[in-house]
Design a protein around this ligand. Structure first.
Ligand code: GLU
Length: 332
């Protein structure tokens, strides 16, 4: 009996001593700190004050362009022998290739096919249709990679024959270059991280936003949300990187471009209403009237023969069902 009591006492003493041991202190919180990832080349705070458009009485219908010469009822094609003489078009045909300015950072419009490395997209195909009418061959196209800010100068100094790069027709730009009729009607919107609390342009006040230099998007943001802290970059794909690195809270430009960025990141979404319509035209050197009419002929053809709708469903169905090609307006 004594032995049993001794064992019980020993167990009790053991229990008491273990329960009195002070709990082990928790390991200290690791001190995690992140270094800031580098910004893409050329990205940084926006500089300069927003420009103000001076109202130009000559520019009442900025999207109206020159009527195509060679387009008419019963005229089947655009074979060289059907085309009236025209200096710029002749020069391009003599060269044997159409030189097109665009960029490689606009998914859906002009970007490299990951499998082939070739430039593809809606804008690329518009350029190929112009080549088809010039040469009977859609492949006679040379590309020059341009940032948005380089588009006008590249036309003025003839580095390129045409710019097909999500380029909005504006009165200010029409003082420097010419445009075709509208080949796509985009809308200026906002791209943000899902559930970020940014639901439209009003939420950009005092927030960080990325936009590309030399664009209508940048100018409009500076005007509409003067308190936004704007980072500018050379290409829209740079703005995607800056947003993914959380160095900005949003990107704001055309829905077409934003849809191309959103397609590359499931955490992003387009939000809010349109800030403004963005009618796209093919940019052409100001003096090259014949080329403007020629390109407008191609645009007439692709509106009518189903090509435009085919290109829309190939590249842009992510934007919804086809609205149909924009109706052309002519000045003459
Ligand atoms: N549509 C706008 C513009 O022409 C933005 C498009 C772009 O940067 O390519 O300025």
């Amino acid at each position: 009996m004594n032995r049993i009591l001794l064992v019980v006492a020993a167990i009790l003493v053991g229990l008491l001593t273990t329960s009195c041991v002070a709990p082990e202190a928790l390991p200290p919180e690791p001190d995690i700190s992140y270094t800031e990832p580098p910004m893409p080349d050329g990205a940084g705070p926006a500089t300069g004050a927003p420009e103000v458009d001076s109202p130009d009485p000559q520019c009442a219908r900025p999207t109206a362009s020159l009527r195509p010469l060679q387009f008419g009822p019963g005229q089947a094609g655009f074979a060289p022998e059907n085309t009236p003489p025209s200096p710029t078009v002749d020069q391009i045909r003599e060269r044997g290739r159409l030189i097109v300015g665009l960029d490689t950072g606009s998914n859906l419009f002009s970007f490299r096919d990951p499998m082939t490395g070739k430039l593809v997209g809606f804008d690329v195909d518009i350029a190929r249709e112009i080549s088809r009418d010039l040469f009977g061959d859609p492949d006679r196209v040379d590309f020059r990679i341009l940032t948005s800010a380089e588009r006008i100068e590249a036309l003025q100094n003839s580095t390129v024959d045409v710019v097909v790069k999500t380029m909005t027709i504006t009165c200010a730009r029409k003082e420097e270059v010419s445009f075709s009729t509208v080949y796509f009607q985009a809308q200026h919107r906002v791209l943000a991280v899902k559930n970020s609390g940014i639901n439209g342009v009003a939420d950009l006040a005092n927030r960080r936003v990325c936009a590309v230099d030399g664009t209508t998007s940048l100018r409009r943001l500076q005007r509409i949300v003067p308190t936004a802290q704007i980072t500018t970059a050379a290409m829209w794909s740079d703005c995607l990187v800056v947003l993914q690195q959380r160095q900005v809270d949003a990107v704001s430009t055309d829905d077409t471009i934003l849809a191309g960025l959103a397609a590359q990141d499931p955490y992003l979404e387009l939000v809010g209403d349109s800030l403004s319509p963005e009618p796209y035209g093919v940019g052409i050197k100001k003096e090259s009237e014949d080329l403007v009419r020629f390109v407008n002929g191609t645009l007439e053809r692709i509106r009518g023969d189903g090509t435009w709708n085919r290109l829309y469903s190939r590249w842009l169905s992510v934007l919804g069902s086809s609205p149909g090609p924009p109706f052309p307006q002519y000045v003459d």
